[in-house]
Design a protein around this ligand. Structure first.
Ligand code: TXA
Ligand code: MG
Length: 331
């Protein structure tokens, strides 16, 4: 396998930008997760993303741009979008807005929808790549469709192999969860995917924001919501208050009172079957660890992964969302 993993540097960024302009794929770091990028204006390049990930063509992609000004060339950027961009861009917030006619984005990106999902990533390497390539970059998470999102270059290589083309590496993704997706395509703002920009943050700025995480049939606003997501192969057992025989443990907070059938105390589980999202109960630390720890526990040969309960407010909403999708609870 000839995977080209290159540490981000002025030289590798130039090569990556050339590849993008030539219609080829480049996996690159963002502050949320690693993305698999292609020139959003080029049908043939965007089609390669769907092929590499084995992603259903009905599931639209996010377009990454360098600034709100560039975003406004591709979508109708209303007053709500202006205010959100001023506060949260660059950063982990994706806005779904009506696509502008003549914006030049391939219709494969939006899967034929009249809207476009768009964001300005904060990671310096993503910013540098956008500037160097000078094209809007369509990029889903850089993993095979239906599997865990990648928070390191190694995750990308493991999931996509040489289908990723080139992988720009820059350590671990700081946020570790995919961006918040907010639908502003009509007067009612709707949260389609919770993330590090929280529901509370959005309501502070916009007032009314509806929750639309589990749409009824016929009311699907984001095709990705229908599909199984973030799934490890090992089954998950959520809100666990003890550890059964053969299970691994994804902990959150203190392990002092956690019992285990095999070892008595959960803290005495063998290292490969125990991961703690945050021993101090810090939600930000937990989000940056989530996918990496699920990746690790998934290869421990456990019968199931017991997951301790997490609070459901702030970033906890996004963590619980990803965990219940990983457990298949939302199908
Ligand atoms: O953090 C992130 O958002 C990462 C990095 C790489 O930026 N990207 C990412 O992309 O998570 P992806 O493709 O894995 O998730 C995009 C989500 C999907 O659930 C998709 O259905 C939804 O955004 N989406 C994209 N375009 C949409 C649109 N026009 N209307 C509604 N939902 C849309
Ligand atoms: Mg994804």
């Amino acid at each position: 396998m000839s995977i080209l993993i290159r540490q981000a540097s002025p030289e590798s960024l130039q090569i990556a930008a050339q590849r993008l302009r030539a219609g080829q794929l480049v996996a690159f770091p963002t502050e949320t997760v690693y993305g698999l990028g292609a020139d959003a204006r080029c049908d043939q390049a965007v089609a390669q993303i769907f092929a590499a990930k084995n992603r259903p063509a009905i599931n639209p992609l996010i377009v990454h741009v360098a600034s709100a000004k560039q975003a406004a060339q591709l979508v109708d950027f209303d007053d709500r979008a202006q205010r959100l961009a001023a506060q949260f861009w660059p950063g982990p917030l994706t806005l779904v807005l009506p696509a502008r006619a003549g914006g030049g984005v391939s219709s494969l990106v939006s899967a034929g929808l009249p809207t476009l999902a768009i964001r300005v990533p904060a990671h310096p390497v993503a910013q540098a790549l956008l500037k160097e390539a000078a094209v809007p970059i369509a990029a889903p998470s850089a993993n095979a469709s239906g599997t865990l999102s990648p928070t390191s270059a190694q995750h990308v290589a493991k999931s996509l192999g040489d289908k990723a083309g080139m992988i720009l590496a820059a350590g671990r993704a700081a946020v570790g969860l995919e961006s918040t997706v907010l639908d502003l395509s009509d007067a009612q703002a709707r949260l389609l995917r919770p993330g590090a920009v929280t529901l509370e943050d959005l309501r502070d700025l916009l007032g009314d924001v509806a929750l639309s995480l589990h749409p009824e049939q016929g009311q699907v606003r984001s095709p990705g919501q229908l599909l199984q997501h973030y799934a490890p192969r090992t089954p998950l057992r959520l809100n666990a208050v003890d550890v059964k025989k053969g299970e691994a443990l994804l902990a959150f907070g203190s392990l002092r009172f956690m019992a285990c059938q095999e070892t008595g105390f959960a803290r005495d589980l063998p290292e490969e079957r125990l991961q703690n999202l945050s021993a101090t109960g810090d939600l930000l630390e937990a989000s940056s660890n989530l996918f990496d720890m699920l990746h690790k526990l998934d290869s421990a040969g456990a019968t199931a992964i017991a997951v301790m309960p997490l609070p459901k407010i702030g970033l906890g909403l996004a963590l619980n969302d990803r965990l219940s999708r990983a457990a298949g609870d939302m199908l």
